[in-house]
Each structure stands twice: as structure tokens, then as C-alpha cells.
Design a protein around this ligand. Structure first.
Ligand SMILES: Nc1ncnc2c1ncn2[C@@H]1O[C@H](COP(=O)(O)OP(=O)(O)OP(=O)(O)O)[C@@H](O)[C@H]1O
Ligand SMILES: [Mg+2]
Length: 256
């Protein structure tokens, strides 16, 4: 089972869009995918128009959760919205507060991929998510501040690895909101590739209006506009991810 976090400390870089469309892309390729919404905004649950009776809050507090099927092969855990703040305060007073999610999901079976969609903050919920996952995708939008967000996230992962035994790896930095018409996009992508080399995905997610519109129709990009650039880019990312799994299996080591 692959456990992937989608995280960065900057807001609005395409984390949730990536969790939803990569999740559905993998599900369409036959993988059983669970997406855990770790953000009080509940954007995943809102996109699929579902509400969990037992949410991430319950999972962290007493190990109970409702896993909601939203599509063939695709399942979701609702974050619990604003209750998540209360859960975080409750966690703060507990022992092993960083590994509550790992322990709650210890016996999870039957899934090929778990994706955690994080919020752009450094809080105990995200620390739990990062301690649970084995790999992270860091979406970086094509502006200067997003690169700073990526750098901070890499630092956080390093810090978390100091007290978590599983050693979270960076699966890749994902360039998002790429606009070929602007000089800034080209410059930022060049800088990313120069600084982070192979850690940057080959796939680049371009700006695409359909990606912005799809959630308001409760659809993923593959349902809302399957021939759009957004669908093409997320399909490419899905393939890149599946191939990275294959190469790991062949070489017996991680891509990065
Ligand atoms: N490639 C894209 N082209 C156009 N719009 C996009 C693209 N990716 C995401 N969006 C839109 O940009 C907004 C922010 O994206 P998203 O919610 O995925 O970011 P996020 O990183 O999860 O944000 P937050 O930090 O608030 O959780 C959303 O309205 C989304 O539909
Ligand atoms: Mg989000």
C-alpha cells in the first residue's frame, strides 16, 4: 500500500485539486484509492458532495471512521470541518500525539493508495498526516512565494523524520498553475528544475479553467472535461506515479 501526503505550507497551490484528480486518475486505472481530507475546509467532501458521520476527528480521537465510497475504486474520509481544531487541542494533551493517525490506520487493508490532502498550516493534524505517509507530493505554483513554501515544507519533513521512524520521502515537487504565456512561469520552472533536479515531476500542471470549474459541478476533471488540458496533465501525473511505483519495485529502492 502506498501512502502519499500532498502538502506545502503555502495556500492555494493545487493540493486539493491534485488529491482529487490524482486520486480519481489512479482509481480509473484500477487502483483502490482512499483520500483522507486533513483540512478543516472540507474541500474534498464538498467536491464529492458527501458528509461523513464519523470523520478524521473521530478517527484521531477514538479510532472510528466512516469510509465513504464516492466513485468506483475511490473512497473518502471527511475531515470533520471545524471540529478538527477541537480535536487538535485534545491531541495536544495526549501521549504520542504525532502518531495517532498512524496507529489508528495500522490495520487498514484492501487499499492500494492512501492520499492525505493537507492544509497549508503547520499543525498537529498535518504532522500526524506526514508521520503516517511514506511519500509526499509538494505542489508548487509558478510564483516566487510558492518556492519558499516548498523549501519550508522540505524542512518540516526533515524535522518530522527526526522523531518518526518511517522516513517520509519526497516523491516529487509538482509544478502547478503553469502558464506558458508568462515569463515568470518559465523562470520559476527553470529555477525549480535547477535547484531540485530529479525531485521535480516531469508532469507540469497547466492553468486550466476546467480544473477550477469541475468542483462546483461535484465532478473530477475526468468527468467534467475529459478532453481538457487539465485532464491530460492529471492523467500524465497518474502515469508518472504508477511508473515510479514500477521502477521502485524493479530497483527495490525509491525514486528519490
Ligand atoms: N491548474 C489549475 N488551473 C486553474 N485553476 C486551478 C488549477 N489548480 C487548482 N485550481 C483552482 O485554484 C484554487 C485553489 O486550488 P486548490 O484548492 O487545489 O489549492 P490548495 O493548495 O488545496 O488550497 P488550500 O491551501 O487552501 O488548501 C481552486 O479554486 C482550484 O479549483
Ligand atoms: Mg486544499
Amino acid at each position: 500500500m502506498r501512502k502519499i501526503g500532498i502538502t506545502t505550507s503555502k495556500g492555494g497551490t493545487g493540493k486539493t485539486t491534485t488529491a482529487i484528480n490524482l486520486g480519481h486518475g489512479l482509481a480509473l486505472c484500477g487502483q483502490k484509492v482512499l483520500v483522507i481530507d486533513c483540512d478543516a475546509q472540507r474541500n474534498i467532501a464538498v467536491t464529492f458532495d458527501v458528509r461523513g458521520k464519523k470523520t478524521l476527528c473521530d478517527l484521531l480521537q477514538n479510532g472510528e471512521v466512516e469510509i465513504i465510497q464516492v466513485r468506483k475504486n475511490l473512497y473518502v474520509v471527511d475531515s470533520g470541518g471545524r471540529d478538527l481544531a477541537e480535536t487538535e487541542m485534545m491531541l495536544a494533551a495526549k501521549k504520542n500525539r504525532e502518531s495517532r493517525l498512524s496507529r489508528a490506520l495500522e490495520n487498514l487493508k484492501g487499499c492500494d493508495v492512501v492520499i492525505c490532502d493537507c492544509s497549508p498550516t503547520i499543525n498537529l493534524i498535518n504532522i500526524n498526516a506526514l508521520a503516517y505517509v511514506d511519500e509526499v507530493i509538494i505542489p508548487v505554483s509558478m510564483d516566487y512565494l510558492a518556492q519558499e513554501g516548498a523549501r519550508q515544507t522540505l524542512e518540516i519533513i526533515e524535522e518530522i523524520n527526526q522523531y518518526s521512524s518511517n522516513g517520509t520521502q519526497v516523491l516529487g515537487i509538482l509544478p502547478t498553475f503553469y502558464d506558458a504565456r508568462t515569463k515568470l512561469s518559465k523562470e520559476v520552472l527553470e529555477t525549480l528544475r535547477k535547484h531540485f533536479a530529479d525531485t521535480v515531476f516531469q508532469t507540469v500542471i497547466r492553468i486550466n479553467t476546467s480544473l477550477r470549474e469541475a468542483p462546483s459541478f461535484n465532478r473530477t476533471i475526468f468527468e467534467y472535461s475529459p478532453l481538457s488540458r487539465g485532464a491530460f496533465d492529471y492523467y500524465q501525473l497518474t502515469e508518472e506515479l504508477l511508473n515510479s511505483e514500477q521502477s521502485q519495485a524493479i530497483s527495490g529502492e525509491r525514486r528519490i
